[in-house]
Write a protein that binds this ligand. Structure first.
Ligand code: FAD
Ligand code: NAG
Ligand code: NAG
Ligand code: NAG
Length: 622
C-alpha cells in the first residue's frame, strides 16, 4: 500500500512536469479535471480513504446528510458509541492528492469538486462579474467545502458567542463553546503550543506554513507601525496582525474528512455512501416525525430509515434547500412551488456572508511576490511533495491576517474589519484560474490588470466582519437536482458599504506603508471600469469599486437560524432541533444566528462537536 502511494506521488510529479513542458497554461482548468478523472478511475478508493459502502442497510440509528465540516465531526463523535449505527450520505466523491495542495485552491475550484453555484444579479454588487453574478463555490466531496477552502484557521471572539447566547441560546456563550474549539484542535506551532487558548490532542491539525515571502514580515511590521499588537489573535487580544494559522498537516490540506473520518474508517458502526444525493427528508405529515431520507446513487433511488434522528449537514445553501424540498419552509414559497407544507418556518432567510474587495494590487519592484508562472518550476513541486514546504503550502495564497476596527466600530473588543494579506494579486493570475473562480468579466480584467500582467504585486483584502445586510435562499423548482436561487444582498444596508470604504482605505494605508517602501510599493493606477467618473481614491470611488469588484470569503451562514421559540425567524432551537418536527436536527454553518468575526470552518467544526454532545445527552442511556 505504502509503495503504491509513494509511486503515485512520483507519478503525479511527473505528470506535473510534463504539464510544465507542454505549457498547458491556457487550458489548465480542463487539464486539471482530466488529471482528476484519470486518477479517480485508477484509484476507486484512494489510500487511506473511508470505503464506500456496497450494501446500504434498511435502517440506521442516525442518518447524517453531508460529509462536510459539520457532518464529518458529528459522525466521528456519534460512532464513538459502538451501540449506534450511523449512515453518512455524501453527494461528492473522495479527495485526491491534488486537492491537498494549498496554493492550488483556485484550480480545484474549477473542477467538479465545486457545486459551481452563482448568485442572482443585484443592482448594488457584483457588477464586474459576468452577468453581474458572483460565484459561490461550495465543496462537493468527502470533506465538503473544507476540500476547496483556503484553510485559514480563526475562531472568532468572545463578543461573537456571548451575543449568540444573549439572543436566547443558552449553552452557546464564549465560555461554553471555547471547550469545543479546544477539544477539536491539535496545535503544532511550537511558539504558541503553550498558549492556553489552543488545544492539543484533537483531530483537527492547526499549523503555520513554514515558507514565507519577505513581504509577510513587512505586513506584520506594518501592524506595529499602526500600533496594533502582533501575535496570536485567537487569544484574548481581539485586534492585531499575525501570520496565518492553517488547517494543514505537514504542509498539505487537512479537510474535515481527512481529520475526522479517515482516522476512524475501521469503525464497523459507520457506513458511508458517496456520490449519493439526498432528494428528500421523509417526514410523517401527521405526527411530524422525521423517519428517514430518500437518496439517489447511480440513477437508483434508495430509501433509508433513521431510528433515532436525521441530521442535516448539507451546508448553508443546501440544508435550507433540502428542508424546503421536504415541506419545511416559508408557507407561501412552498405553496408557489407546489410542495405540501408540513411546517411553516423561515428557512433560507437570515443569510450572511463576509463580503470583501480583493481587487487591490500593490506593485513591487522585486521578485518577492507570488507570480504564477514563476512557481510552476518543478523544484517547488518537489519541495511541496517531499518536504511539505515551499510556496505550495500557502493556503490559497494567504500569509497574514489582521483584525482591526474602523471608525464605525462601536465595540473595540470586537473587530469589524479584517485585512487578509496575500503575496500575490490578480496581476499574477497568468493562468486565469483566479479570475475564473470569481466569475470576473474579461473586459474588466483586460482594463485593470492586463497592463501589469505577470508583474510582481501583492494584495491586502479588506473583509467586512459584521455585515448588517441579510440575503436569502429560495428554491428554483421542486426538482432536487436544480440549483437553489441565491440572493446575497451585499451592501443592501448602506452602512456596510460605508464600513467597506474605510476598510479599503486601511488596506491602502497598509499596502503603501513604510515597511513596504523598500520595494517601492505602489497601488495599481488603473481605474475600475464603471468608476472612471469618480476621483481616484475618494470615498465614492472606493464605494464604486466595492460594488463592482465584489468578492467574498464564502462564509455563507445563518439560513436555518438558531433561536428561542419566541424568535419568529428561528428554524432550530438552541439544541439544533427543527421547530415543530421531531427527530430532525441541523448541524452546519446554517444554524449560526449571527455571523462571527471569523473564518467559518473552525466554527462549524465547533458546532459539530457541540451538537454531538447534545445528541449524546438526549439518547445515551435511553
Ligand atoms: C473558496 C472558499 C474558501 C474558504 N476559505 C475558508 C478559510 O480559509 N477558512 C475558513 O475557516 N473557512 C473558509 N471557507 C468557509 C468554510 O470552508 C465553510 O464555512 C465550511 O466548510 C462549511 O461547512 P458546512 O458543514 O456548513 O458545509 P459543507 O462543508 O459545504 O458541507 C456540506 C456537504 O453536504 C453535501 N451535500 C449538499 N447537498 C447534499 C445532498 N442533497 N445530498 C448529499 N450530500 C449533500 C456537500 O457535497 C458537502 O460535502 C471557505 C469557503 C470557500 C468556498
Ligand atoms: C451499549 O449497550 C450495552 C448493553 O445495553 C450497555 O451495557 C453499554 O453501556 C452500552 N454502551 C454505551 C457506550 O452506551
Ligand atoms: C463586462 O463589463 C463591461 C463593463 O465593465 C460591460 O460593458 C459588459 O457588458 C460586461 N460583460 C458581461 C458579459 O457581463
Ligand atoms: C526598489 O525601490 C526601492 C525604493 O525606491 C529601491 O531602494 C530599491 O533599490 C529598488 N529595488 C530594485 C530591485 O530595483
Amino acid at each position: 500500500m505504502k509503495i503504491t502511494y509513494i509511486s503515485f506521488k512520483l507519478f503525479l510529479i511527473i505528470i506535473v512536469i510534463i504539464a510544465e513542458i507542454g505549457n498547458v497554461a491556457s487550458q489548465q482548468p480542463l487539464f486539471f479535471q482530466t488529471i482528476l478523472d484519470f486518477y479517480r478511475d485508477f484509484f476507486q478508493i484512494p489510500p487511506g480513504a473511508v470505503p464506500d459502502v456496497t450494501n446500504v442497510k434498511k435502517s440506521y440509528d442516525f442518518v447524517v446528510i453531508g460529509a462536510g465540516s459539520g457532518g464529518s465531526v458529528v459522525v466521528n463523535r456519534l460512532t464513538e458509541n459502538s451501540n449506534w449505527s450511523v449512515l453518512l450520505i455524501e453527494a461528492g466523491r473522495e479527495e485526491i492528492l491534488l486537492t491537498d495542495v494549498p496554493l492550488l485552491s483556485s484550480y480545484i475550484l474549477g473542477t467538479d469538486y465545486n457545486w459551481g453555484y452563482k448568485v442572482e444579479p443585484q443592482d448594488e454588487a457584483c457588477l464586474s462579474m459576468n452577468d453581474g453574478r458572483c460565484s459561490w463555490p461550495r465543496g462537493k466531496s468527502m470533506g465538503g467545502t473544507s476540500v476547496i477552502n483556503y484553510m485559514v484557521y480563526t475562531r472568532g471572539f468572545k463578543p461573537d458567542y456571548d451575543h449568540w447566547a444573549s439572543l436566547g441560546n443558552p449553552g452557546w456563550s464564549y465560555e461554553d463553546v471555547f471547550k469545543y474549539f479546544m477539544k477539536s484542535e491539535q496545535i503544532t506551532v511550537p511558539y504558541i503550543k503553550k498558549s492556553k487558548y489552543h488545544g492539543r490532542g484533537g483531530f483537527l491539525n492547526v499549523e503555520r506554513p513554514m515558507w514565507r515571502t519577505p513581504l509577510a514580515r513587512a505586513f506584520l511590521e506594518m501592524g506595529k507601525e499602526l500600533n496594533y499588537p502582533s501575535g496570536d489573535t485567537d487569544g484574548l487580544t481581539p485586534t492585531g496582525f499575525s501570520y496565518v494559522l492553517t488547517n494543514t498537516k505537514d504542509g498539505a490540506r487537512q479537510s474535515a474528512s481527512k481529520a475526522f473520518l479517515r482516522p476512524i474508517r475501521n469503525r464497523v458502526n459507520m457506513h458511508v455512501t458517496k456520490r449519493s444525493t439526498v432528494t428528500k427528508i421523509l417526514i410523517n405529515p401527521t405526527t411530524k416525525i422525521a423517519y428517514g431520507v430518500e437518496f439517489v446513487k447511480n440513477n437508483k433511488k434508495y430509501v433509508v430509515r433513521a431510528k433515532k434522528e436525521v441530521i442535516l449537514s448539507a451546508g448553508a445553501l443546501n440544508s435550507p434547500q433540502l428542508l424546503m424540498l421536504s415541506g419545511i419552509g416559508p408557507k407561501e414559497h412552498l405553496q408557489s412551488m407546489g410542495i405540501p407544507v408540513i411546517q411553516d418556518l423561515k428557512v433560507g432567510h437570515n443569510l450572511q456572508d463576509h463580503v470583501s474587495m480583493a481587487g487591490l494590487a500593490f506593485l513591487v519592484n522585486d521578485t518577492v511576490s507570488i507570480v504564477e508562472q514563476r512557481y510552476r518550476h518543478p523544484r517547488y513541486f518537489f519541495d511541496y511533495w517531499v518536504n511539505g514546504d515551499g510556496p505550495y503550502t500557502l493556503p490559497g495564497g494567504a500569509e497574514g491576517v489582521a483584525f482591526v476596527s474602523t471608525k464605525y466600530n462601536e465595540n473595540r473588543l470586537h473587530p469589524d474589519m479584517e485585512l487578509v494579506f496575500g503575496p500575490g494579486a490578480f496581476t499574477g493570475d497568468t493562468g486565469g484560474s483566479l479570475r475564473a473562480c470569481f466569475n470576473m468579466n474579461e473586459s474588466f480584467y483586460q482594463s485593470v490588470y492586463k497592463p501589469f500582467e505577470g508583474k510582481d504585486a501583492f494584495n491586502v483584502v479588506p473583509v467586512l466582519l459584521r455585515p448588517k445586510s441579510r440575503g436569502f435562499v429560495r428554491l428554483r423548482s421542486k426538482n432536487p437536482f436544480h440549483w437553489p436561487l441565491l440572493y446575497p444582498n451585499y451592501y443592501k444596508d448602506k452602512r456596510d458599504l460605508r464600513a467597506m470604504v474605510e476598510g479599503i482605505k486601511m488596506a491602502v494605508t497598509v499596502g503603501t506603508g513604510k515597511s513596504f517602501k523598500k520595494w517601492n510599493s505602489r497601488l495599481n493606477p488603473m481605474r475600475f471600469p464603471g468608476c472612471e467618473h469618480l476621483v481616484f481614491g475618494s470615498d465614492s470611488y472606493w464605494a464604486c469599486c466595492a460594488q463592482h469588484l465584489t468578492t467574498n470569503l464564502h462564509h455563507q451562514v445563518g439560513t436555518c437560524k438558531m433561536g428561542p421559540s419566541t424568535d419568529p425567524d428561528a428554524v432550530v432551537d438552541p439544541r439544533l432541533r427543527v421547530y415543530g418536527i421531531e427527530k430532525l436536527r441541523v448541524v452546519d454553518a446554517s444554524i449560526m444566528p449571527v455571523i462571527p468575526a471569523s473564518h467559518t470552518n473552525a466554527v462549524v467544526v465547533m458546532i459539530g462537536e457541540k451538537a454531538a454532545d447534545l445528541i449524546k445527552e438526549e439518547w445515551e442511556g435511553r
